[in-house]
Write a protein that binds this ligand. Structure first.
Ligand code: NDP
Length: 296
């Protein structure tokens, strides 16, 4: 990477600050901007250049990294005439999280304005940035990704280019966060049910870790079932799963705790049984949901 490499970071929330901090730590000339002033103090003290406007920030570097709350915010920054004009011929790497459709829409806008565009998703917390356990997913033109990879590498961790389809990083992001937020809402619900039974969160936590540890190997095993359409249920048929889910609904509601999420999950599993697949494994629900979406 040339010592003169420069990068601009637009958006200085916790993640934007972490990204800018990693660029600074690597000795890059780092220009920063945030909609609300005052978020750049620590970065400026470490040598960052504070821009007075997004257009000025964009003009400072060939590579512009965007990390704001969502694509409404990213559009609000990038699609101002002065910023769009300043971006012409430069590269935007948008590490803001949103949907695949928003990424594709932004790529089309960028192409129409002569802006080179890569999309990306960050799959780990801000505290991992610059460290080995950070995980970045990228999508878009491979030559552009290769060109900027040396700068992106200073953010640490693992970088994976998922292909030329610009929406692919966001598609992975949405799917992976689906797992995360469903698990988090399950944990919040579990803690409420446990508390209603006089069990503290600290008492449950070690056993919760045990339940969590069951999942990683299952992800691989069940992925094969879904891709191959096998759905083996010999050891744990979906009929057994719905019985367990019904207990959770009953115990929750006996304490007046909303069980809507579990009721929805149980309902999906019961539909699979109703279609005659009661001896299959739980993950056949993925096929049911997929067919429903394809049917519109
Ligand atoms: P937030 O998601 O809270 O986003 C805050 C940033 O968005 C601030 O810079 C804020 O500016 C800006 N913003 C919000 N609305 C607007 C707008 N209308 N116009 C301009 N700027 C706007 O903070 P994070 O830094 O944590 O996250 C940034 C992105 O990184 C998100 O997409 C998030 O999902 C993703 N991410 C974050 C992780 C984390 O650990 N924090 C982990 C993985 C991904 P202002 O200060 O002016 O409000």
């Amino acid at each position: 990477m040339p010592a003169s490499s420069a990068v601009t970071v637009l958006g200085l929330g916790p993640m934007g600050r972490a990204l800018a901090g990693a660029f600074l730590a690597a000795g890059l000339r780092t220009t920063v901007w945030n909609r609300t002033p005052g978020k750049d103090g620590e970065l400026l003290a470490r040598g960052a250049i504070g821009a007075r406007s997004a257009a000025e920030a964009v003009g400072a570097s060939e590579l512009v990294v965007v990390c704001v709350v969502n694509y409404d915010a990213s559009d609000a920054v990038l699609r101002q005439d002065a910023v769009t004009g300043a971006l012409k011929g430069r590269t935007v790497v948008n590490l803001t999280a949103d949907t695949p459709a928003r990424a594709r829409d932004t790529a089309a806008w960028a192409a129409a304005h002569g802006i080179r565009y890569l999309d990306g998703a960050i799959m780990t917390p801000a505290t991992t940035i610059g460290a080995p356990d950070a995980v970045f997913l990228h999508s878009g033109p491979e030559d552009l990704y290769r060109e900027h990879r040396p700068v992106l590498d200073v953010l640490g961790g693992t970088h994976t280019h998922l292909g030329e389809d610009i929406g692919r990083a966001a598609a992975y992001d949405v799917a992976l966060l689906d797992i995360f937020w469903t698990a988090m809402s399950g944990y919040a619900h579990a803690l409420a049910v446990a508390r209603a039974e006089g069990i503290t969160a600290r008492e449950l936590a070690p056993f919760a870790q045990g339940i969590g540890a069951i999942l990683p190997p299952l992800f691989d095993e069940l992925a094969s079932d879904v891709d191959d359409g096998t759905y083996f249920g010999e050891l744990n048929p979906i009929t057994s799963a719905v019985s367990s889910m019904a207990h959770i609904v009953e115990a929750s509601e006996s304490h007046g705790i909303d069980a809507g999420v579990m009721r929805a999950a149980e309902g999906q599993a019961r539909r699979v049984i109703g279609l005659g697949h009661g001896t299959d494994g739980f993950i056949r629900v993925a096929e049911l949901l997929g067919h429903r979406s394809q049917a519109g």
